[in-house]
Write a protein that binds this ligand. Sequence first.
Ligand code: ADP
Ligand code: F6P
Length: 339
Amino acid sequence: MAENNMVDKERYLDEIEDSIRTIGVLTSGGDAPGMNAAIRAVVRRALSKGLKVRGIRRGYHGLLKEEIIDLSARDVSDIIQRGGTVLQTARCKSMRTEEGQQKAAAICKKYGIDGLVVIGGDGSFAGAQKLANLGVNTIGVPGTIDLDIACTDYTIGFDTAVNTAMEAIDKVRDTSTSHERCSVIEVMGRDAGYLALWCGIANGAERILMPEEQDFDEKTLIEDIMENKKRGKKNYIIINAEGIGDSMNMAKRIEAATGIETRATILGHMQRGGSPTCKDRVYASVMGAMAVDLLCQGKTNRVVGYKDGEFVDYDIEEALAMKKTISEYQYNIAKSLAI
Ligand code: ADP
Ligand code: F6P
C-alpha cells in the first residue's frame, strides 16, 4: 500500500466545539491583495463544517454600524483573483475606546457571532484582542503589504505588492538610463523597510534607504552618486522607503549637489492594488481556512502566522510583543551587489 504522506491530519479532523455555530469575518486597516482569497476561504471552510457565516463590511467601523450580512458559498465566487477586499475596509477611531469595544462585543453577541476572523495588521489584532477579552472568540489573519507583523514571515499582500512595485521600478529604470539620470523611487511600507529592501535587491538599485538603517547620511549618498558616475554607470536608482520619505526634496537636493538630473517617483497606492499573485492566493486561502479551524477547536485570542516554513498560531498578546528586524546580512548583500 502506498505510504500516506499527508501530515497535519489532526488539524482538520478535530471535533467542532458546540459553542461555535456562526462565524463572522471582517477586513480592517489598509487593504491588501489576497484578502479576498482569505475571505473566500473563511466562508467556504466554515460552510463545509456546517457553520453559518456573517460578513462585516468596512472593518470595525461597519461592525459598530451593524453593517452585517449573511454570506453563502456563491457570495464569494469569482473573487479569489480580485485585488482589494469585497467586504471593504476602514480605520475606526471608536474601536480604540473602551466604549467602542464594548459596543462591538455586544453587537457580535446580538448577531450570534460566536467566532470572529479579523484580517488585518497589528492595529486590527489589538482590536481583536480587546474583543477576545470581552468574550468574543477572535482569530487574527495577517493582511498587510508592509510585512511588518513580527510573528510571521509572510503577510497577505506583500508578495503581490513587491512584484507590482518591482515591475514599476523596472519601467522607471528604462527612462532613467536613457537620460542618464538619478531616480529616487519611493515605495510604501509605513515604518518598515521590507518593500524597499526587496525592491532594492530585485531591481538592482544602487542604494536602498530604509527607516531601520541607523547610519543614513545624505552627504555620503551624494558622494557615492558622483563616484558611480566616474565608474561609468548610466544611472543611479535609489529605492526610498516611505518611512524615510521626503523624496521630492531629496531629488532636488541631489540634483543641486551633483549636477546630475534627478527625478522623484512616488509609487503610492498602485502598490496596494491588482490581482494577487499565486503565493498570496494560496497562503491567504490556507490562513483563512486555518482561522476557522482554530475557532472550531475552541481557540480564541490567537493570530495565524507563517514561521520557518510552517503555518502556526500565536497568542495575540505574545504576537504583538514580538519584535521584527531587517536582516543585516540581506542588507549587506544588497549593498555589495550595487557596485
Ligand atoms: P493595521 O491593522 O493594518 O495595523 P491600523 O493600525 O490602522 O491598521 O488599525 C486598524 C484598525 O484597528 C484601527 O482603525 C482601529 O479601529 C483598530 N485598532 C488599532 N489599534 C487598536 C487598539 N489599540 N485597540 C483597539 N482597536 C485598535
Ligand atoms: O499599511 C499599508 C499602507 O499602504 C502603508 O504602506 C501606508 O503607509 C499606509 O497603508 C497608507 O495608508 P492610506 O491608504 O490610509 O493612505
